[in-house]
Design a protein around this ligand. Structure first.
Ligand SMILES: [Zn+2]
Length: 310
């Protein structure tokens, strides 16, 4: 599995400002914008063929852009109809396989609806299905994180507690933490420094450093009612407290990928990246700069002749 030494920022799909919008141009445009990640949106269908996948992988490597993937919306791992549940499993597998061929490190999706079932029973059903999915992928050598996402409505399976628990019990599973969804599904909670810290503490406690060093995050402004998520908003036009959230990311020194899902994807992705970068100076513990300095110093002091080489 891929490891990270910093937090990367990117767009949910091809940036809007990409000339001739397609996946390959999107990847190079992400780099031009000064971002370093992009999510492949398979939300309607797996819209990248096997041949294009090879080119996508090459382009992402060349531009040093980290890819993630969003699986299809039509997924319910807790359907009363077995055929629908089976189709959901196949959709997740197909998205994960193709995303892996594209070089993506993580694939996320909305796992299930509670319907009228007891959440504990739903948890067990989703877990059983996830277990099968991860086993199939492992047997096929498809080395990608499969990540149920924290969902935006209380009718949808996917609280942070459920996903952290499942991730601690299954291999190759981690949560995708959508902070806007957490905020919306709880009718406005998860929007203060302390509440954001709760999320990080939960991850650290149950998933350890691996959880914090390997994040797949979604962020956006969000409009919500007592029924949860309504639609995504531009960050500055929403009540989302992104500055405190970003400060918490620094405090916990998290690493991985932040994907922006605001309607103005690249604008808000850059807004968050700039906020994050300007915060770096405040959070002295950030390890990137001191380590860089140390290695530069070591390089400057290293003298091959003194070290005995001629
Ligand atoms: Zn999503």
């Amino acid at each position: 599995m891929r490891t990270f030494n910093k937090l990367l920022f990117g767009t949910a799909g091809i940036p809007t400002s990409t000339p001739e919008r397609n996946t390959l141009n999107g990847i190079s445009h992400v780099r031009k914008l000064g971002l370093s990640a992009m999510e492949l949106e398979f939300v309607q269908s797996v819209n990248i063929g096997a041949d294009l996948a090879k080119e996508v992988k090459k382009a992402a490597e060349k531009e040093d852009v980290t890819l993630t993937c969003h699986g299809q919306y039509f997924i319910n791992l807790n359907s009363a109809e077995k055929a629908k549940e089976e189709a959901s499993i196949q959709r997740i597998l197909n998205a994960a396989r193709r995303a892996y061929e594209c070089g993506a490190f993580s694939m996320t999706f909305h796992a299930a609806f509670y319907q009228k079932d007891d959440p504990k029973k739903v948890y067990e059903t989703v877990k059983e299905n996830m277990k099968g999915i991860t086993k199939t992928l492992k047997d096929e050598g498809v080395n990608i994180w499969v990540r149920p996402e924290t969902t935006g409505k209380p009718t949808q399976f996917g609280s942070i507690q459920e996903l952290v628990k499942m991730s601690s019990e299954l291999e190759n599973v981690m949560p995708t933490v959508d902070f806007a969804h957490l905020h919306a599904r709880t009718g406005g909670k998860y929007n203060t420094y302390e509440e954001f810290k709760e999320v990080m503490d939960l991850i650290e406690k149950h998933l350890g450093k691996e959880g914090l060093n390997n994040m797949h995050i979604h962020m956006a402004g969000i409009n919500y009612s007592e029924k949860g998520e309504r639609n995504h908003l531009i960050l500055k036009e929403s009540d989302m407290n992104y500055t405190d959230l970003i400060a918490v990311w620094h405090e916990y020194k998290i690493k991985g990928v932040v994907i922006c899902e605001s309607p103005n994807i690249e604008v808000d992705a850059l807004l968050m990246k700039n906020e994050y970068d300007s915060n770096k100076k405040i959070f002295e513990h950030d390890s990137v700069t001191p380590e860089f300095d140390k290695s530069q110093k070591a390089k400057a002091e290293y003298n091959p002749y003194k070290a005995g080489r001629k």
